[in-house]
Design a protein around this ligand. Sequence first.
Ligand code: MG
Length: 384
Amino acid sequence: MPRTAILIVAAGKGERAGRAGPKQYEPLTGQPMLVRTVQAFPDWPVRVVIGPGQEALYRGAMGPDAPEPIAGGPRRQDSVRLGLEALAGDPPDFVLIHDAARPLVSRAIIARVIAALEAGAAGAAPMQAVADTLRRKEGECWITVPREGLYRAQTPQGFRFADILKAHRDHAGTDATDDVAIAGLAGLAVEAVPGEESNLKVTTEKDFILAERLLAGETRSAMGYDAHRFTAGDHVWLCGVKVPHDHGLEGHSDADAGLHALTDAILGCISAGDIGQHFPPTDDRWKDAPSWKFLDHAHALVKQKGGAILHCDVTLICERPKIGPHRQAMRARIAEILSLAIDRVSVKATTTEGMGFTGRREGLAAQAIATVRLPSNSDAAGQG
Ligand code: MG
């Protein structure tokens, strides 16, 4: 596997009208834009090039575990060159150079750039065909400019590290607005991969509003259901709590129907199949397993997509044991497993008035619904 490093260029003064600070440190849905941009690259080492005097801003935004910032130069291309020089001591195979002002870059775009490099391209960059009619004013006339062959360049722009470093060194004095331009001067062939409208460069106040809307993403809800049969025993596990009872529950794991239903609900929110696919009952690893592990796994899958669980609600259906005395402990345990505030976790109980298998006390059942927020640039949101 080729080693890929990410270089984020955040050296611009980029001051927004009426605001004091550089735009890359301005909040977007509660987090500095730069933090959002760095978080878009969770699987690669990231270095950030910052502007003069921005070190305190950088450390304040990024926290104590931030990678050491690289001091940039007066122009963008100077900052990129200094960034590449900083990586040259331990050179990666590929480098992706990305603007801090594009926090909405999707995993799909990143994957396309890397795939093109892996397939042998000297460089690869996302490009968007121009859809609007283009005009140029000549005197009193508007001349239509043919848009065929015109593209809007986005980032990340990816290159073989040694090639782009040499290109920047050789052309350090010339003006260039991005790295495709520098690559062009060096005769490197850059392949276009599809960009995305949502990968906008946040520049104006309107862009901030649009980016916040996109980052707010979408919410999804899904349900889960499970049932287990009573067997001999002296306790049952329900919603992660050991409840004394005159029977146990039959199952391959600890038979916690509440957590199983909730795990399926969370998997459903990200269309990730069901609990049986992830933890087959034929697999001895899950024999007598505590079910919080299943829930934790589903939660990890949501986090991998950049998502967060907003709320969950479990209904336990049984005549016995009585759920009421354990309800608070169950909510607390689920909240603990999912790192949620307890007011985002609901546990309810009902009987079936003596009807059906739960009424006959042959077993118990559980239903759950979960609500998850996913970023609009997650693979799950249809851009993968
Ligand atoms: Mg089950």
